[in-house]
Design a protein around this ligand. Structure first.
Ligand code: PGA
Length: 252
């Protein structure tokens, strides 16, 4: 059975002290959590080692990176390689976030290379994708999602999919306070699982965790997570507050 996952994407927030307070607060709030639930936090690179040390106190909090480069090493000023992450024990990376696509011009070609590099290193990828407001309004959202998945993921083999977590994040719902309704999330997640079944088989489709992201908060998490094809959430703003993040985890 696929596990439930609640992942906090801290983005470019919190310095060392503030992020340590947050991870300690989360760890302290987790005893009793089912083994079927994974909790992941993704701090900025510079804070990863501190957060890891703190989370080692309570093995329930896993640490992921928010990004990585596609090359093994080399002249890429400011970038971080898969090998560097793995050498400090980071085996999960978020790729394809809409902010990376929008502000850093990461396109399908680049993202495909990043996904391949991560999988070559046997890293786990939280792959983000989702339509923009105009796509939703124009009724193209299913086509856009199909294209994003097929561009970057549908050339992978069945075994590769053991290391893929999907995060459907409609861009119009990220950081806007606007959330997809639980029905809209379920509809898209079922569509995605069906696409995977068509390209692979029902076993692969059944195994992959599909997270929802976009203004998830304590007030709406339970209803969104109650949908059969929603396996958890990728949380931005609400993952920065201990109480909110714990409340979201407890909604799963
Ligand atoms: P949000 O961000 O929860 O603040 O909308 C979600 C994300 O960007 O992953």
């Amino acid at each position: 059975m696929r596990k439930k996952i609640v992942a906090g994407n801290w983005k470019m927030n919190l310095n060392k002290e503030a992020s340590l307070a947050l991870v300690n607060g989360i760890s302290d709030g987790l005893p009793g959590l089912s083994d079927m639930v994974r909790v992941i936090v993704a701090p900025p690179f510079v804070n990863i080692p501190y957060i890891q040390d703190a989370s080692n106190r309570n093995a329930r909090v896993e640490v992921a990176a928010q990004n990585m480069h596609f090359a093994e090493s080399g002249a890429y000023t400011g970038e971080v390689a898969a090998d560097m992450l793995q050498a400090i024990g980071i085996n999960t990376v978020i790729l394809g976030h809409s902010e990376r696509r929008e502000y850093f011009k990461e396109d399908a070609h680049l993202l495909t290379k990043k996904v391949e590099q991560a999988l070559e290193h046997k890293m786990e990828v939280i792959f983000c994708f989702g339509e923009k407001l105009e796509d939703r309004q124009g009724g193209n959202h299913f086509d856009i999602v199909r294209e994003q998945l097929s561009d970057s993921l549908f050339h992978l083999n069945d075994v590769d999919w053991d290391n893929i977590i999907l995060a459907y994040e409609p861009v119009w719902a990220i950081g806007t306070g606007e959330t997809a309704s639980p029905e809209q999330a379920q509809e898209m997640h079922a569509f995605i699982r069906n696409l995977i079944e068509q390209h692979y088989d029902d076993e692969v489709a059944d195994r992959v965790s599909i997270l929802y992201g976009g203004s998830v908060k304590p007030a709406n998490a339970k209803e969104i997570f109650s949908k059969p094809d929603v396996d958890g959430g990728l949380i931005g703003g609400a993952s920065l507050k201990t109480e909110d993040f714990l409340a979201i985890i407890n909604s799963i």
